[in-house]
Design a protein around this ligand. Structure first.
Ligand code: CS2
Length: 497
């Protein structure tokens, strides 16, 4: 095999014809966007849309400066820096077709752990018009059950005491907005791209809580002047595997140390509400709407919850990937029944969207055999995800008298998973969760107190006190602990409805 070409700006012209490359002059790109949290999701989504826009229109003022707030972001920064901030997006179709395009919209990357003031100054500079975020559900620091900002987080205490050297995003946004205000500059838009319902409103609420503790007047100014558009973002993006790097080298003659793989489907629905201008993302497929609520609820309660249903039940059964799980007919039927019987009745109507077609499309997307999305990725940080993805649906069904069977088994499975950390075959599961220890402790108490897991109030609120839920949960947990044959329990539920 010919030695693959190293991904670098100077080599773009040498790349094979089967790779799409940026056609704009990257040396003229200005970073109008500062993005916090450059992971797979940002690279397959916002950075992709922005690159497409720059390729088609001359929108060169909308380049992206990546920011990493954690030491763990160093590897991404170093890798991208080595490649002139270029990377390859590998789009894998269900029929085996693979499209590769080099994305050029990221033009810089800063690590706050190296120089916090430099990041604050960058956000505060006139060139910056938008600060966008993919900081994961847990990054918003809201109490899962009450939705309030958690001031008892030690990092928050640190940030309140060290406004020039913060750790969390709210410290950075506050310091940068303060500088802009003092300099007479218009504020930037704060644009969340995470799977949090009303992600803009939530970001605003959290930022105002934090900023208000530091400077009440500044908080008032933020409230009156900064826009926080809500948005629904969607593209399945598995963790990059060594096979992706090898595929690029073998089939495209390209050496990229950290490409990004994703499905062909891509959707971004945004409320058109910006403080300081925005890219014309609608020219490359984004939808601007007055109210994103019905779209985001539909996505979070069907796609993300559906992932968690497959992730937790599938892990115990011994499946490893989403496609492997959803092509198992029992899991596909269970997922569909969960979506139809429990999730759909508590959704709002989405004008112009056929929910049945949407659910069919989800099953197809999950089944894409070339997207090897691991159940470990899906179950990652379940404590930050399930309250909004699944527990909200349970609570709504409890209050309307709807079915709770399907979702309750997922909670019972989560207890077993957190307690034992094993599949039904005794294979160890790779659990990554900020609350892993608390989850494990609570789940371990199950044999002595069957509702022990549910007593994790920040996650479950007062579900343990709901007699109907507690009764169903008790039966399912007992059955699962007696025999972790999750398929048998799933079949029983399906047979009962
Ligand atoms: C997944 C999401 O990890 C999860 O919770 O459901 O990462 C999902 O793949 C994306 O939201 C798709 O848009």
């Amino acid at each position: 095999m010919k030695k693959p070409t190293q991904l670098k700006q100077e080599n773009l012209a040498l790349l094979a014809d089967n790779i799409v490359v940026p056609t704009y002059d990257r040396s003229r790109v200005k970073a109008g966007i500062v993005h916090v949290g450059v992971g797979g999701f940002h690279r397959s989504h916002e950075a992709y849309y922005t690159d497409a826009l720059m390729n088609e229109n001359d929108a060169l003022e909308w380049g992206i400066c990546g920011v990493g707030l954690r030491e763990a972001d160093r590897r991404m920064r170093d890798t991208l820096q080595e490649q002139d901030f270029l990377y390859t997006l590998i789009v894998k179709h269900p029929d085996g077709k693979v499209e590769s395009r080099v994305i050029g919209s990221i033009v810089d990357f800063m690590l706050s752990v190296d120089d916090p003031m430099a990041v604050i100054d960058k956000m505060a500079s006139e060139e910056t018009k938008i600060v966008s975020l993919t900081i994961t559900e847990g990054g918003y620091n809201f109490h899962p059950a009450t939705g309030e900002f958690m001031f008892d987080n030690p990092d928050v205490q640190h940030d309140l005491e060290n406004p020039d050297n913060p750790k969390l995003v709210f410290g950075y946004l506050t310091a940068a907005l303060k500088k802009r205000r003092a300099a007479g500059l218009p504020p930037f838009t704060v644009q969340s791209c995470d799977n949090v319902q009303h992600n803009g409103d939530m970001t605003k609420k959290m930022l105002l809580a934090f900023a208000g503790k530091q400077d009440a007047e500044l908080a008032e100014w933020i409230e009156a002047n900064v826009c926080f558009p809500n948005a629904m973002v969607d593209r399945i993006t598995p963790v990059t595997s060594p096979a992706d790097t090898e595929l690029l080298a073998a089939d495209f003659g390209l050496s990229d140390a950290w490409p990004c793989t994703c499905e062909p489907f891509c959707q971004w629905v945004i409320e058109d509400h910006f403080s300081n201008g925005r890219p014309a993302w609608e020219k490359v497929g984004a939808q601007f709407v007055p109210d994103v609520t019905p779209y985001e609820k539909m996505k979070i309660r069907l796609l993300n919850a559906g992932h968690s249903v497959l992730g937790l039940l599938g892990s115990i059964h011994g499946h490893e990937t989403i496609d492997g799980t959803v092509t198992d007919p029992l899991f596909a039927s269970y997922l569909r029944a969960f979506m139809d019987i429990e999730a759909t009745p508590v959704l709002d109507e989405v004008e112009g969207i056929d929910l049945d077609a949407y659910k069919d499309s989800l099953i197809d997307r999950f089944g894409n055999p070339n997207i090897k999305d691991s159940l470990a990725r899906i179950c990652l940080e379940s404590s930050a995800k399930l309250p909004k993805f699944l527990i909200a649906t349970i609570n709504e069904n409890l209050s309307t008298g709807g079915s709770i069977e399907y979702a309750t088994l997922v909670i019972a499975a989560w207890c077993f998973y957190s307690d034992k950390g094993l599949s039904r075959h005794g294979v160890e599961l790779d659990i990554v969760d900020e609350m892993k220890d608390e989850l494990h402790q609570a789940a371990r108490g199950t044999e002595a107190d069957i509702l022990s897991f549910l007593r994790l109030e920040p996650i479950f609120g007062d579900l343990a006190g709901n007699a109907q839920f507690a009764a169903r949960y008790t039966e399912q947990v007992k059955a699962l602990y007696e025999d972790p044959n999750i398929a048998r329990l799933m079949k029983n539920i399906l047979a009962g409805s």
